[in-house]
Design a protein around this ligand. Structure first.
Ligand SMILES: NC(=O)c1ccc[n+]([C@@H]2O[C@H](COP(=O)([O-])OP(=O)(O)OC[C@H]3O[C@@H](n4cnc5c(N)ncnc54)[C@H](OP(=O)(O)O)[C@@H]3O)[C@@H](O)[C@H]2O)c1
Length: 225
């Protein structure tokens, strides 16, 4: 695996960033000063999302590209597409992710029963991505338990983020990015553990349904600061 983490991440590409979760993360990182590019299958759609964020930010901090160009441009990529689109998306960007970290936010939901945990044969969406991308790219799972409702605003996010993935140093890079996005990240260990965070999302969706909420999340307690 690409165990050596990037020394410094400056340019972040959010692949599928025109959607709800990706746009929220892009906003948070752009606000923190990163150069962010929204990736889409359609350039015009990316441009529209970027313009929306730049207006909200009051400055030109967010760029727009088609997904393969965004993957080639970035230091680190973030994948925010529905699970059904994960593999086709990865096929289109694989060549551009060599030597980079891919943060995978994808949850392997199987509609219509999205409140039921239904993991893929590989164990998790993150493991499936890692298996496909190979050792040139390090996949790190994060943000699956953060609802988009909490991201596209300036309020404090009262939820934690478990970070599971390939390489401790890579997980630390992602934990730093979690902090920059205004949340607390925890090292959840190896990529095999991503099954827990991805599966947790279905439980949170179930709780939202049960209590008519929108943004159930998790918090780690019992650890001294
Ligand atoms: N929404 C949440 O609160 C939330 C929370 C935690 C985790 N997640 C996970 O994060 C991921 C994204 O969620 P979301 O709600 O942001 O999804 P979304 O809005 O439904 O879709 C995100 C983007 O994916 C792209 N896309 C859709 N089908 C595609 C395909 N066949 N090939 C390539 N790209 C495709 C689209 O971009 P273009 O049309 O511009 O290409 C779309 O804007 C999902 O796996 C979800 O489970 C979501």
């Amino acid at each position: 695996m690409a165990e050596e983490a990037l020394q410094e991440v400056k340019k972040i590409a959010v692949l599928g960033g025109t959607g709800k979760e990706g746009k929220g993360l892009a906003y948070r990182w752009a606000k923190a000063g990163y150069e962010v590019t929204i990736g889409s299958r359609a350039l015009e759609k990316a441009e529209q999302a970027a313009a929306e964020l730049n207006e909200k930010l009051g400055q030109q901090q967010v760029n727009a590209m088609v997904n393969p160009d965004a993957a080639a441009w970035c230091d680190l990529a973030v994948l925010t597409v529905p699970y059904s689109a994960q593999m086709s998306m990865l096929e289109s960007v694989k060549a551009h992710l060599t030597g980079k970290i891919l943060i995978n936010v994808t949850v392997p939901l199987v509609p219509p029963k999205v409140a039921k945990v239904q993991m893929p044969a590989a164990g998790s969406a993150a493991q499936e991505a890692q298996n496909y991308l190979g050792e040139q790219t390090s996949v790190v799972a994060a943000f699956q338990n953060i609802s988009y409702e909490r991201l596209l605003n300036d309020e404090e996010v009262d939820c934690d983020v478990l970070v599971c993935g390939t390489g401790k140093a890579n997980r630390q890079v992602v934990i730093d990015l979690v902090r920059k996005a205004g949340m607390l990240g925890w090292d959840g260990g190896v990529i095999e553990n991503a099954v827990v965070v991805e599966g947790m999302t279905s439980i949170l969706i179930g709780l939202n349904k049960q209590f008519e909420g929108k943004a159930a999340g998790i918090k780690i307690t019992g650890i001294n600061d």
